[in-house]
Design a protein around this ligand. Structure first.
Ligand code: NDP
Length: 553
């Protein structure tokens, strides 16, 4: 999976300022000249609320140059290209999806789901109670006993194929809704999230009748009822990662989406109805974290799958310890993206940008620490600043937007607090000049250089569009610094030398490592971490393994 190219645009009308600019050396990939001094004049600060003044770069209206390594904004603007939201029919209120039907919450409570780009309400969402959790688990148990657990794999496969096909047919509707609810750019939900969602259902549909081949010599039995709690950064994709293998293996599920992004999960309920999935095989309940906790603790749950923060993952681990439930945890990360001096630098710049600004950096495997070899640090940083100046921040529904809205107010506050901590700890801040919308939750793409290993921005998961740069001299030092983290989810290595890729990847403690690329996903490929990034794998055969009990023949 790659983020669609958002590099220097050459698609503007011939003769326009953009086409002239696109012919400049940097736009055509030639080496940039040394950086001009920046921040010599007070920059316009359009940030809302943070009070950070150290923004570098002049306003977009008076660009002095382009491609000189000084991070100036590009000298042209695109006309708005908004995706229509007409295709989405929002309900005023969404109940719980239990037993194949939408039901009202027993406690009669609702909460409001906001559009993070405008702070406007999108819908009222049911707040499940502990009784609702109990009912959903009971319904899932009955569906497991009576309908799904004993259904031949080839029959389960038909439903999964049907779901995959419906998801593809309704992909535009899902993409628009995902963007409205999460704040991610439409080009990412359209070209990455939703295609991957369908791909996961296609892939696991293929395994449903082939479990004997998946685990040769063993009998694969379903575990029973799976409780699944998912986060807000990839709402529908995390649902697919969890529901597709669970159903393929013969389990039934109760899933709780994040409270700030429940809408695509609730639209998925409609897909289940459309596919005639037997009632109770998939149940979706909405509500706060304590409802997630009640769900995973429920005594009739056999398997727990969680993606989210390390703190909550640990809490879940403690809550179900000794209960005999199978558990997989996919938690946070602080990935090192390591660039050696022989790397193809322009290619690496694209990978670095993809690694940290894709989905506003709200990605557990984001390449949030740039480890760059000292001898090329200056030129790489210059190129990176130029590239950052081309990123378009704003309306997530605009097809040209590269960086959308931060998902929720609490996350925005966390990112801003960590940016301020980075400045206070002495790192150098660079943010390209760009106008941020007046309402909604926004952060400029942020680059820190001169970052100390011990600083908070080098150690803590920021989960936002913030890159911390650290230099190294030798491969040994790079490996040591990369592994100097509590996390172990992902990493990237950029070098022309194959033997170095093999040597470095072998010694990095990370579950997923990309070489000369970043953020590529595929349903056939397992994903998961070490250390505080959790355990267990999702995707591929390993993802299926997490939902079966293997018995001897
Ligand atoms: P959380 O871990 O709190 O939320 C993830 C999911 O767990 C949501 O559905 C949430 O529900 C639910 N939840 C919250 N508390 C509990 C609990 N005690 N027991 C069971 N389920 C619970 O993430 P946040 O949204 O609070 O984000 C905080 C930080 O976590 C981020 O800044 C980021 O660092 C990290 N994070 C990591 C993700 C990853 O992919 N690894 C994804 C999201 C966040 P509800 O939404 O109702 O609170």
């Amino acid at each position: 999976m790659t983020k669609p190219d958002s590099g220097p645009r050459s698609a503007a009308p011939a003769g326009s300022a953009s086409s002239a600019a696109a012919a400049t050396p940097a736009a055509s990939g030639a080496a940039a000249t040394p950086a001009a001094p920046v921040a010599s004049e007070a920059p316009p600060d359009n940030r809302i609320g943070t009070g950070i003044r150290a923004v570098v770069g002049r306003g977009t209206d008076q660009p002095a140059s382009w491609g000189l390594g000084d991070g100036q904004a590009i000298p042209w603007e695109y006309a708005p290209a908004p995706e229509s939201r007409e295709i989405v029919q929002l309900q005023g209120r969404y109940g719980l999806f239990v037993g194949g039907k939408e039901v009202a919450p027993r406690g009669g409570q609702w909460f409001t789901d906001l559009d993070p780009a405008t702070e406007e309400p999108l819908a009222e969402i049911a707040r499940a109670s502990v009784e609702d959790v109990d009912q959903a688990v009971g319904v899932a148990r009955r569906a497991y006993r009576r309908a799904w657990g004993e259904l031949p794999g080839r029959e389960r496969a038909k439903y999964l194929f049907r779901i995959a096909r419906i998801l593809q047919e309704r992909s535009r509707e899902f993409a628009v809704l995902e963007t409205l609810d999460s704040g991610k750019p439409i080009k990412e939900s359209r070209d990455v999230d939703i295609p991957l969602v369908a791909a996961h259902f296609w892939y696991y549909a293929g395994w449903a009748d082939k479990l004997d081949y998946a685990f040769p010599g063993r009998v694969a039995r379903p575990l029973g009822v799976a409780a699944q709690v998912i986060p807000w950064n990839f709402p529908l994709l995390m649902l697919a990662w969890k529901i597709a293998p669970a159903l393929a293996a013969g389990n039934t599920v109760v899933l709780k989406p994040a409270s700030s992004t429940p809408l695509t999960a609730l639209l998925f309920a409609d897909v289940c109805r459309q596919a005639d999935l037997p009632p109770g095989v998939v149940n979706i309940i909405t509500g706060p974290g304590e409802i997630g906790l009640a769900l995973v603790r429920h005594p009739d749950v056999d398997k727990v799958a969680f993606t989210g923060s390390t703190a909550v993952g640990k809490e879940i681990g403690r809550a179900i310890a000794g209960a005999g439930k199978a558990l997989t945890l996919e938690l946070g990360g602080k990935a090192a993206n390591i660039v050696f001096d022989d790397a193809a630098l322009d290619q690496a710049v694209e990978g670095i940008v993809n690694g940290i600004f894709f989905n506003q950096g709200e990605v557990c495997c984001a390449g949030s620490r740039l480890l760059v070899q000292e001898s090329i640090a200056d030129v790489l940083i210059e190129k990176l600043k130029d590239r950052l100046a081309t990123l378009r921040v704003g309306d997530p529904l605009d097809k040209n937007t590269d960086v959308g809205a931060i998902n929720n107010a609490a996350q925005l506050a966390k990112i801003e607090e960590l940016i301020e901590a980075g400045v206070a700890e002495g790192a150098d801040l660079y943010q390209p000049a760009c106008e941020l919308p007046q309402r909604g939750y926004w952060v400029r793409p942020t680059l820190f250089t001169n970052v100390a290993q011990s600083s908070r921005i080098a150690q803590e998961e920021i989960f936002g569009p913030v890159l911390s740069t650290i230099t190294f001299r030798t491969p040994e030092e790079a490996i040591e610094k990369a592994n100097n983290t509590a996390y172990g989810l992902s990493a990237g290595v950029w070098t022309e030398k194959g033997s170095r890729i093999l040597m470095v990847t072998k010694r990095l403690r990370a579950g997923v490592i990309w070489a000369n690329t970043y953020n590529r996903f595929d349903p056939t490929s397992p994903f998961g971490g070490y250390k505080e990034s959790g355990f267990g794998r999702e995707g591929g055969l390993q993802g299926l393994l997490a939902y079966v009990r293997l018995e001897d023949r």
